[in-house]
Design a protein around this ligand. Structure first.
Ligand SMILES: [Zn+2]
Length: 465
């Protein structure tokens, strides 16, 4: 497919309708390649970069896992809207915590967590799976405004007695933190019923009748039933105390200070846990990534639901001429040059006409919510431009009929867009020569006419009187 054809395709199919990003949109963003890459990096199967050095993170055992902790800090630093806490405890403990403050109820806190320390080398299932799930949920949700506060927490020293989560939970009780739920993930990538193939895809939710933990379990099942996941739930009550969620059940003085918490993971209840538990045989190659992908989608959907996803669309549409924010209702727009990370002076409309190829993003504000889009590569201008006089558009300003004289250039696609990026006229000219576009009924204002064939293109700014 040549570049001009790709651009024409974008011109035809670039979506210009507006809708708020939905929970289903976020589920669709959970990326199997991203999960696979990060599991392999974090469990020492492939090298990665930490502190600017190429390293291999084989060892994550407590007191010997600063490299792993530094990796996690850098992963969170690469995301927007997070406050990172490198929480030291005991002599070697480091909980790595990232907080996304809620826009409506900042004091309502949900915690999504996992331990990252290990008892042996590699330990992909226990617990790179839970750790990387937390990072993936954060990668997706940190770009969204939420009503409530989300704390993404990665605990150290779980394997020697839940020490990191215990330290945090008792401090949270002392601070009077309003923690509404703690979702802990520990070992969530193994499904024996044929790794790499669809298995029975059973997973456990471990809970007890402590604080609101039963309701939390019900909420997860409600999310499971509201969207499509290839998963089947096994309810475990009384759930195990052998992971970090139980630090929250028994925080402070039981039961007065108990905090709602559950464990989500592969199905120990049906004897379908990894046979490589707590050995260096627990490697990425033994995981069922299809199953793991479904698990992370479910956690993303649950977190977005309880976090209270605000109805703001931070996606961008692109056509030959311009970039357009898909959010119609923002109170302000500001376009950014991603290569310099600078706001572009005067680029504060819903649409933006770049004067050169590059990477661009838009920041939109609605009420207390400001979201930035992903950076979009705009290279439409790579199509050869018309020479001076090859295509002539007149009169300009225009009242009734816009004339396009194209001499011997044929097969032109002509599209007229308003300032918001909405397509208002579309004409195909087979023979070239002279084309007329009736603009009599269009409102006064600025328009952009895009003229394009398979070899050349150009954009003309038109004033309608
Ligand atoms: Zn574990």
């Amino acid at each position: 497919m040549n570049k001009a054809y790709v651009l024409v395709t974008i011109l035809f199919f670039g979506s210009l309708c507006s809708y708020g990003q939905s929970i289903q949109d976020l589920i669709d963003e959970v990326s199997l390649p991203e999960l696979t890459q990060k599991i392999n990096e974090f469990s020492g199967e492939i090298p990665t970069t930490v502190n600017g050095n190429s390293v291999t993170i084989i060892n994550r055992q407590q007191a010997n896992n600063d490299l792993a902790a530094d990796y996690l800090v850098e992963q969170f630093q690469a995301m927007d809207n997070l406050t990172i806490t490198d929480q030291a405890f005991n002599s070697n403990g480091r909980n790595i915590i990232a907080t996304q403050v809620g826009k409506t109820n900042p004091n309502n806190i949900y915690i999504i967590c996992a331990h990252y320390d290990t008892v042996a080398d590699y330990c992909a299932d226990d617990n790179a799976t839970g750790t990387i799930a937390v990072l993936e949920v954060a990668r997706i949700l940190s770009q969204q405004c939420m009503d409530n506060t989300i704390v993404y927490a990665l605990w150290d020293e779980e394997e020697i007695g839940l020490l990191g989560s215990n330290f945090y939970a008792n401090q949270a009780v002392a601070n009077g933190d309003n923690i509404l739920g703690v979702l802990n993930m520990d070992m969530m990538g193994y499904d024996s019923d044929s790794p790499g193939q669809p298995g029975d895809n059973q997973f456990d939710i471990d809970y007890r009748n402590i604080a609101g933990s039963v309701a939390m379990k019900d909420d997860i099942i409600s999310v499971l039933n509201s969207y499509t996941f290839d998963l089947s739930v096994v309810e475990v009550n009384p759930g195990t105390t052998a992971s970090d969620h139980s630090s929250f059940w028994f925080a402070g003085n039981f039961p007065n200070d108990a905090i709602s918490a559950v464990l989500v993971g592969e199905s120990w209840e049906t004897n379908d846990e990894t046979p490589f538990y707590h050995t260096s045989g627990d490697r990425a190659s033994t995981l069922d990534f299809q199953y793991y992908h479904e698990m992370v989608k479910l956690i993303t959907a649950y977190t977005a639901t309880k976090g209270g996803l605000l109805d703001v669309d931070n996606t961008v549409s692109q056509n030959m001429t311009m970039l357009t924010s898909n959010e119609d209702l923002a109170s302000s727009y500001q376009w950014y040059d991603c290569d310099t990370d600078m706001a572009i002076t005067g680029a504060t409309s819903q649409s933006f006409v770049p004067s050169s190829n590059g990477n661009y993003a838009v920041e939109i504000t609605m009420g207390s919510c400001t979201e930035r889009s992903e950076c979009l590569l705009f290279e439409a201008l790579n199509v050869a431009s018309f020479e001076d006089g090859e295509v002539i558009v007149y009169p300009n300003p225009v009242k009734n009929h816009l004339q396009i004289e194209s001499g011997n250039i044929s097969d032109l696609e002509m599209k007229l867009y308003d300032m918001s990026g909405k397509l208002v006229r579309s004409i195909q000219s087979a023979s070239g020569t002279l084309t007329t576009i009736d603009v009599k009924r269009l409102p006064q204002g600025v328009y952009f006419l895009s003229v394009l064939n398979s070899e050349k293109g150009g954009t003309f700014k038109i004033i309608k009187e």
